[in-house]
Design a protein. Structure first.
Length: 334
């Protein structure tokens, strides 16, 4: 920096202001400094900046898996939003969802120098009933029920599910079957609870639950079972991948969609409009979830404080060709 200042004929403070993009430097002086930087191949030292300012402009992200649509799209949105704020993202996958593994991840993030952390907490811990994070960490949690202890950002799972179930009931279906996600998943748990509540509010007794594991394969096997139920005319699948396998199974068993069975998914993945038939589904705004997570941790960093509670991002039902009124005659089960 001293060499740049000498060649440009300015003070080191002016070099610092130009390299940091601060206002208050006239254009002629700025160009002299930039020219000197180029001549010397000078680049600001981010580590030195961090030590001086006491901030690293880095957000740590802890997640248990990168195999689900929700996690991948949320992570993408976090990285995009962080970059727009001038922050980098350090990703730390945790292989096993236990309290010790989470504590270990926070220790490693501390060594990597972060300003705050986002935990994508999509499943329950295996060894603890409740998540417990180090008290000094500035953190926002995505997809969890920890809103009484931390700041949580989540999709409105219940609202999206109610829209899906009420859409099918509004078409005239007597009830709605549910292909649920894995039992340990917070999202699956909330969607299942909302499915039951929506049917009970409509005066219907929920039919037996069928469970999958988020994969298209599990949706296919569940679909083979549901295809044998002549009284099953409407199915709400907890995600679009399972709905895809479900559509294949129904087709193989001669149950036409939507003429015989209506199907609704959840997520609105990019491919859902290209399913056969195009899938009616609940759209999740992952970009907004990621933006709010970043907004939350940066507020925590800048204001040194954040209220606990859960912020819900609204969903939207996208109606396509996989839903229709039920067939005129439904054979009752024996």
């Amino acid at each position: 920096m001293a060499d740049v200042a000498r060649i440009a004929g300015v003070s080191s403070q002016t070099v610092s202001r130009v390299s940091n993009g601060f206002p208050g430097v006239n254009e002629e002086t700025r160009q002299r400094v930039l020219s000197a930087m180029k001549e010397l191949r000078y680049r600001p030292n981010s580590a030195a900046r961090a030590l001086k300012r006491g901030e690293f402009r880095t957000i740590g992200v802890i997640t248990f898996t990168l195999s689900t649509t929700g996690n991948v799209r949320t992570l993408e949105a976090i990285a995009t939003s962080a970059a727009q704020e001038g922050y980098a993202v350090t990703l730390l996958p945790v292989a096993v969802p236990t309290q010790d593994e989470v504590r270990g991840a926070f220790s490693r993030l501390g060594e990597l120098a972060i300003d705050a952390a986002i935990v994508i907490m999509e499943v329950h811990l295996l060894d603890e009933a409740r998540l417990s994070l180090p008290p000094h960490v500035k953190v926002v949690v995505a997809d969890s029920d920890a809103g009484d202890r931390y700041t949580v950002v989540d999709t409105d799972q219940a609202g999206g599910t109610h829209d899906a179930v009420n859409h099918l009931l509004g078409l005239g279906h007597a009830t709605v079957w549910h292909l649920a996600g894995p039992e340990e998943s917070y999202a699956a748990q909330r969607r299942t609870g909302a499915w039951r509540a929506a049917l009970e509010e409509a005066g219907q007794v929920p039919p037996p639950l069928v469970r999958g594991d988020w994969s298209a394969e599990s949706g296919y096997h569940a679909g083979l079972l549901l295809a044998e139920r002549p009284d099953c005319t409407a199915i709400f699948a907890a995600n679009d991948q399972m709905a895809l396998g479900l559509l294949r199974a129904l087709n193989e068993r001669g149950r036409k969609v939507p003429e015989d069975v209506s199907v609704v998914g959840f997520d609105d993945i990019a491919e859902s409009s290209s399913f056969q038939p195009p899938l009616t589904t609940v759209h999740q705004d992952f970009a907004e979830v990621g933006r709010r997570c970043v907004e939350g941790v940066l507020h925590h960093v800048r204001e040194n404080g954040l209220e606990h509670g859960t912020a819900l991002v609204p969903t939207k039902l996208v109606v396509r060709a996989s839903t229709a009124p039920p067939p005129r005659k439904v054979i009752p089960c024996s």
